[in-house]
Design a protein around this ligand. Structure first.
Ligand code: AHR
Length: 629
């Protein structure tokens, strides 16, 4: 192989390798959002979903759901009516597929309450390991006006599957709502914050961008249920709970208890992007509901509301504190702008209706914010059909970035490493916004994140990198999945209520995103790029800031390969470098909660001798090398 150090083929966008976030598989509620209480505001269709009654040792009482008198986003609350002072009376909560606690960690329970009848009422919260109490706290002094109360508890044990009870003591009636519990160890210790381990896995990837909030969830089953960013900011009482678009039967799984509290709303998405150094990339509804569901279309005459949502979002992110939406951002604690550079219009909307609407968005956004890059949506369809029509229209519109999605078998990824070699260099740029190799070796419905899938994605990604002049952003999808609450697989990061791990695919993504380089260099064999010849795939970049050559070579064959890389051009390096090698003889190998590091990259040193690097590549390996040049 020959790397030409003298000629930079193109730049690599600093946003090249990023993240796709969607609230699917309990990614937000039950996942990244560290709230531990399910249906905390009694707003699910069945207001008692997730809650149970506690009435033991002679206790007597009732629990009722009531409606708040004041109109607003929070409609219902719970009335606890206690008829005697014996035993335990109250409610329990299931959490999100259970509740997990850690020994010595503090948990803060908050709720709002008012007395409907009686005096000297006390609320006691309890954490149980079967019949052993492992945490407890109480509060009293309630009045007949709604007010917030807090209980702190420290767990004496680490346990997934803890029993949680919210008990009323004293005879009388207490109205309660917004019963919420968070651990103290959230990301950056923020109140009502995010799960630290999950954010850390994202931060470790050094992502170029964070796309949010999806996916199909942007579109909704119907327009009524689309993701409306304005309903996701401000106080939690103002964030109206809705049924999650993934609360459906999918791949023979149902999750009837999947709702969106919007505890992670648009402010939190921007804040998370900032925390992990990623460019925020919000995608908004273009007035078309999910085409896999109702496909409802807003009439063109009524599109203004949607277009204004986009314009207002840009003001929310970037506007001065004197603007209407900039002031709201400041009110939430972030007076400085978030520096939004991209906005997506629509997700997987494919017909002429899309183009009609996209043009209206484009005109309005560009008139007000000419520097914001618009992301448009296209194929290929998840089953592999291409969208010639849509691409033609988008080319004519001179679209800036087109979002392509592909969920295909591992072989497709290996065979399509040249996908972008022939893309029009003067046409729209590409955002490979959702992709994953779907290996069906376990079953049609359980597609494991195995080594074959990750290896094939790595092969394909060398093609993305070689074509970094066309492909400006890329993200694996979906990002997160709860092991007991998923609707879609494979997914990049899996977790339960205590633990989390990066799959083989995560490790591959991280290899690329932490070794991006600033410019593409050519790496060739007898003058040709390598995209599957003899099982080898290669790309190379240079990092202008550190003056390092970064090469990526994937060997998909089971045989080891002897490779020598000759450095052509000016070389002033030190003669040594590092190779990150990820390999497994078993294509079925995978990481798991119990064995999170079964397949991970290992570091080796490499040498440059007479401007040549000699490597023995293992069979079925991904190799990322860095050498000073
Ligand atoms: O990533 C899961 C789903 O796949 C996304 O919501 C959608 O955009 C795609 O069809």
């Amino acid at each position: 192989l020959v790397v030409d150090l003298n000629e930079k083929v193109s730049d690599v966008s600093p946003t090249m390798w990023g993240l796709f976030f969607e609230d699917i598989n309990f990614a937000a509620d039950g996942g990244l959002y560290a709230e531990m209480i399910k249906n905390y505001s009694f707003e699910f269709e069945n207001p008692m979903m997730g809650w149970g009654r506690v009435e033991d040792h002679g206790a007597k009482g009732y629990v009722f759901n009531r409606k708040h008198e004041a109109a607003g986003a929070n409609h219902k609350f719970l009335r606890m009516q206690r008829l005697n002072e014996e035993g335990n009376f109250g409610v329990s909560n299931q959490g999100f597929r259970g509740i997990a606690v850690k020994e010595g960690l503090k948990y803060t329970l908050t709720f709002i309450a008012k007395v409907a009848k009686g005096e000297n009422l006390t609320v006691t919260a309890k954490l149980w390991d079967k019949d052993q109490l492992i945490g407890e706290g109480s509060v009293s002094g309630f009045s007949d006006e709604w007010a917030e109360y807090e209980i702190e508890m420290t767990s004496s044990k680490t346990l997934d599957g803890v029993g949680f009870q919210f008990l009323l003591e004293g005879e009388g009636e207490l109205d309660v709502d917004m019963i919420s519990m968070f651990p103290e160890d959230t990301w950056k210790g923020r109140k009502r914050g995010l799960r630290k381990d999950l954010v850390q896995l994202l931060a470790d990837m050094n992502p170029g961008f964070l796309r949010f909030p999806g996916g199909c969830i942007v579109e909704g089953f119907d327009l009524e249920n689309r993701y409306e960013w304005k309903k996701t900011i401000g106080n939690m009482e103002d964030r109206e709970v809705i049924k999650n678009r993934w609360n459906i039967e999918f791949a023979h799984r149902t999750t009837p208890d999947y709702y969106q509290s919007f505890g992670i709303g648009f402010f939190e998405y921007f804040q998370l992007s900032e925390d992990i150094g990623a460019e925020p990339l919000p995608i908004l509804s273009c007035g078309l509901a999910c085409q896999f569901n109702t496909g409802e279309q807003v009439p063109i005459g009524a599109l203004d509301e949607y277009v204004n949502d986009a314009l207002d979002l840009i003001e929310f992110a970037n506007g001065s504190v004197d603007s209407k939406w900039g002031a709201k951002r400041a009110e939430m604690g972030h007076p400085e702008p978030f520096g939004l550079k991209f906005i997506g219009v629509g997700n997987e909307n494919w017909g002429p209706q899309y183009i009609e609407r996209a043009k209206i968005f484009e005109k309005a956004i560009k008139a007000a914010y000419p520097d914001v890059t618009i992301v448009s949506t296209s194929g290929p369809f998840p089953d592999g059909r291409e969208f010639e029509y849509l691409w033609g229209e988008l080319r004519e519109m001179e679209a800036e970035l087109v979002d392509e999605h592909y969920y295909r078998p591992p072989s497709w990824f290996r065979e399509n490493a040249r996908r972008y070699d022939d893309y029009d260099r003067n046409g729209p740029k590409v955002f490979a916004g959702e992709y994953a190799a779907h290996s069906t070796t376990v079953s049609e419905n359980f597609k494991r994140n195995n080594w074959e899938a990750a290896l094939s994605e790595a092969a394909f990604m060398t093609g993305l990198e070689r074509n970094a002049d066309v492909v400006r952003l890329a993200s694996y999808a979906p990002l997160f999945a709860h092991v007991d609450g998923w609707q879609w697989n494979p997914d990049m990061i899996w977790f339960d209520n205590l633990r989390s791990y990066g799959t083989t695919n995560y490790q591959v993504q991280k290899l690329f995103s932490t070794n991006p380089g600033t410019h593409v260099l050519s790496i060739t064999q007898e003058g040709n790029s390598l995209a599957g010849e003899n099982g080898l795939y290669a790309s190379a970049t240079i990092d202008e800031n550190t003056n390092e050559l970064i090469f990526k070579i994937v060997n998909t064959s089971s045989e080891p390969k002897q490779v020598s890389i000759k450095l052509d051009g000016k070389y002033k390096g030190s003669g040594t470098g590092e190779l990150l090698e990820m390999a497994d003889k078993d294509l079925e190998a995978y990481n798991s909660l119990d064995d999170p590091e079964a397949v991970i990259p290992l570091s080796k040193s490499i040498e440059v001798n007479k401007k040549t690097i000699e490597l023995e590549l293992k069979g079925q390996s991904v190799n990322v090398g860095r050498v000073k040049v």
